[in-house]
Structure formats: structure tokens, C-alpha cells
Design a protein around this ligand. Structure first.
Ligand code: DOR
Length: 428
């Protein structure tokens, strides 16, 4: 379902409209004329493109706070345009892109270039600027200039900021600028050469392990720095039960921090590494079932604010290397809803709660306004069938890369259509 220009008239028929900014649901058709939501009761012009939505929920497009689109420098893995295709296929209408490109996005000019190159794409791309110059971890990048150019947050994601004083200064500056700092929390020395979760399974497989405390020690340091600076820390891709406990304790103490979890950390475990499948090699690693359940519980009780994908494309050649040498990361946009909904529904969540974790909750973390779901507003919608059980296949991938362990898995919940004023992607 490649994205095509939005037909002049689109009718989404028979669905339930759920507005995550109000929490209200009602059964109604949605008519879109020239990219805008039409008034209630407006007659449907002939020739409308009809999206059948019986049994489906029609809602605000998803917002991803964490994706790697690789442009500039890694266009063989993903470009802004192919990343936008993957986003549309996954129900995402806005994506924040990480700065670990080649060269890293560490200047106002680089932020401006991403905004210009993505202006015509069907999804909104929000650039995240690097925390440190060249992502070298030593000196702060031009944070103020990047904010003026349109950066929505700062992160060296992919690499931790190891120097505590540098991160402390970053939090102080970012507090002044009103933007969050997102630190990739893995202590590099403790992680060492680890390629999977450290434990009985890594020992049995003979693979170098990355212990949970590599994440927990750095999350704890970062939480202390946030508490002491008043800076806005956002903790990415939480993967351990211990990190969830720490975030819970600091939130309870009134520290203004936020956190995200990926679909893979709430749905998958280290067991996938048994087959030495490099598609399941990711940083931080897939962990134990106990960790998975704790992260899932954290999302459900609000200690973890939202879902973010950490979509991290790599070429087939890169991932064909052995477990030790293949790069970390998996693509995630296309499977995000099905995988996350499957795990969360299994734990008792409603589809509306899952939608909130992908819309209102990430918007709040990043200070973004949702588009109102009312007449006159620009279309920014997704149609999901929460009941559909389906097998995710290679054909569902729209990214330029293929690195995901999800193909062949049964998922519950599927994106049927994504609609923005610039494009339509549907599987009707
Ligand atoms: O697995 C990962 N891959 N984790 C990250 O934080 C970075 C990402 C990448 O850029 O490939």
C-alpha cells in the first residue's frame, strides 16, 4: 500500500471515531474533502473514495518520538522519503528523527536541511538535534541555534553521553530552551561487547552479554541529574524492570521526567536470540519475560509515558554479519501497532488506551498539539481494526531495509489506512 496523493473526496464509512484529546468515542462516518474534515451531515459527493471501516476505530494519526531515518549519509538503509512510507504504512503521521546520521545532525543548518527535505512528505518529520558536537560526547552542540531552526529535542541516541558533567550542562541548557534531553542510557563499559541480554541464555549460547545494570546505572545517574538541574529528561527505550522501578520512584518524588518503551521490549524477549538471528539484535537488548512484563506494566500504569518505535534500519549486508559484528537495531514502524496492541490487549488494555500511548501521550511528552478531529481541520487520521489477527509478512514492509524478526509472527490489531492532507495509504 504505497502512499498516493489524497483523493479529492474520501469517505471513511461505518467506523467508531475516537478522539484521544477528549477521550470521546462515537459511531460516525468521516468525510474528507480536499484534505479537510467536512461538517457533520454534509452530503457525500459522487466519486468519493470509500474506506470501509465497520468494526474499526478511526482516530488521530500516531506520533513516533524515536526513529532513525539515516539521511544524510545512510541512504542505502533509509531516506526521509522511504522512512515516511514506512510511517504511513504503520499508521504514523508524525515522526521525530534521531540525530545519529552521517554526519550527525548537530547544527542549525543540518536541522534546517531535514525540515526542507521533508516538507513535501506525507508525514510531518520533526528533527532531533545532537546533544554534543559530532556526537563525540565532549562539547555541547549548538542547542539554541538548533531549537531556532526547528529541533524538538536533543539526543545522541545510539551513543550514551558518558560524561556526567556534559549531560548536566545539557540538561541545564535544555531547561532554559524548554526542550527535552533524551540520553541513550547504556553504560558503555558495563555493556562492553555485549550483543544480547546477559544471563543464563547468553551463557548457554556463548554470546557476550549486556547486563541490565548497564542501563539501570545510567538511568539512575540521569534521573539524579534531572532532579538536580530541573532539566527535562526523557528516558528512551526502557528495557529492564529495575529501570521501570527507578523511574517510578523519581516520578513519585515529583521529578519532571518522562519515558518511552518500544513495541519490541513489551512484546518480545531474549528467547528470539536462540536462533542467532541478527534481526533480533538491538540496543538495549531484548530481555527476560520478567523485564518485558515490568515494562508493559509501567506503560499501563503510566510510569512509562508512551510507546516509541526506535525504528532502526540496516541493510541486508550489514545484518548478514555474525551476531558479534552485525549492527544493533530493527525496523519497527510497520509492525508497531499490531505488536504493541497484541501485547497490551493481552494484558487487559483497551484499544483506546493503546491509541493514547501512540498519540496523546507522546504528543504531551514533546509538547506537540494534536490536530482536532473536527470539521475544518486538516486530515490526520488512522483507521485501525483492533480485532484483526494477521501474520506480518515481508510484503508489509515499506522501509528500505528489512531487518526485523517480526515476519511470520501472528499479530492482533492492524492498521487499515493512514490519511494526511498530503497522502493516503490503505489496504482496502
Ligand atoms: O538498536 C539500536 N539501533 N539502538 C539504538 O539506540 C540505535 C539504533 C541505530 O541507530 O541503529
Amino acid at each position: 500500500m504505497a502512499t498516493r496523493p489524497l483523493p479529492e473526496v474520501v469517505l471513511i464509512r461505518g467506523g467508531t471515531l475516537y478522539d484521544p484529546s477528549t477521550g470521546h468515542s462515537r459511531q460516525r462516518d468521516v468525510l474528507i474533502v480536499d484534505g479537510m474534515l467536512a461538517a457533520d451531515g454534509e452530503s457525500v459527493p459522487s466519486g468519493a473514495h470509500v474506506i470501509e471501516a465497520a468494526g474499526c476505530v478511526v482516530t488521530h494519526g500516531f506520533i513516533d518520538l524515536h526513529a532513525h531515518f539515516r539521511e544524510p549519509g545512510g541512504e542505502d538503509k533509509e531516506t526521509l522519503a522511504t522512512g515516511a512510507e514506512a510511517a504511513m504504512a504503520g499508521g504514523f503521521t508524525r515522526v521525530c528523527v534521531m540525530a545519529n546520521t552521517d554526519p550527525p545532525v548537530d547544527s542549525p543548518e543540518a536541522i534546517a536541511a531535514i525540515r526542507e527535505k521533508s516538507a513535501q512528505l506525507p508525514v510531518i518529520i520533526y528533527p532531533i538535534g545532537a546533544i554534543t558536537a559530532k556526537m563525540a560526547g565532549l562539547e555541547l552542540a549548538e542547542l539554541r541555534g538548533m531549537r531556532s531552526a526547528g529541533a524538538v529535542a536533543f539526543s545522541d541516541d545510539g551513543k550514551p553521553v558518558t560524561d556526567g558533567q556534559v549531560l548536566r550542562n545539557a540538561l541545564l541548557y535544555a531547561a532554559d530552551l524548554g526542550l527535552p534531553i533524551i540520553n541513550h542510557a547504556e553504560d558503555a563499559a558495563l555493556r562492553g561487547a555485549g550483543v544480547m541480554n546477559e544471563g543464563a541464555l547468553s551463557t548457554r549460547l556463548g554470546l557476550p552479554g549486556n547486563p541490565g545494570m548497564a542501563e539501570e546505572s545510567m538511568v539512575y545517574r540521569d534521573l539524579l541529574l534531572a532532579q538536580n538541574t530541573g532539566g527535562r529528561l526523557h528516558v528512551p527505550h526502557v528495557s529492564t524492570a529495575g529501570a521501570v522501578d527507578q523511574i517510578r520512584a523519581f516520578k513519585a518524588a515529583g521529578v519532571a521526567i518522562t519515558a518511552e518503551a518500544t513495541p519490541h521490549h513489551i512484546a518480545l524477549t531474549e528467547e528470539l536470540l536462540r536462533g542467532f538471528d541478527t534481526a533480533a539484535k538491538v540496543a538495549p537488548p531484548l530481555r527476560t519475560d520478567r523485564d518485558r512484563e515490568a515494562v508493559l506494566a509501567g506503560l499501563l500504569d503510566g510510569v512509562i509515558d508512551c510507546i516509541a518505535t526506535d525504528h532502526a534500519p540496516h541493510t541486508v549486508e550489514d545484518k548478514e554479519l555474525d551476531m558479534v559484528n552485525a549492527p544493533f537495531g530493527m525496523i519497527a514502524l510497520e509492525s508497531a501497532f499490531g505488536l504493541a496492541h497484541q501485547a497490551l490487549a493481552g494484558a487487559g488494555a483497551t484499544v483506546e488506551q493503546v491509541i493514547d500511548m501512540l498519540t496523546a501521550r507522546p504528543a504531551k511528552v514533546m509538547g506537540l498539539e494534536l490536530t482536532p478531529l473536527k470539521p475544518g481541520a486538516a486530515a490526520e487520521l488512522v483507521v485501525v481494526d483492533p480485532h484483526e489477527e494477521w501474520t506480518f509478512g515481508i510484503g508489509d514492509i515499506h522501509s528500505k531495509s528489512r531487518n526485523t524478526p517480526v515476519p511470520g509472527m501472528r499479530l492482533r490489531g492492524r492498521v487499515r489506512a493512514t490519511i494526511t492532507s498530503k497522502g493516503l495509504s490503505d489496504i482496502n
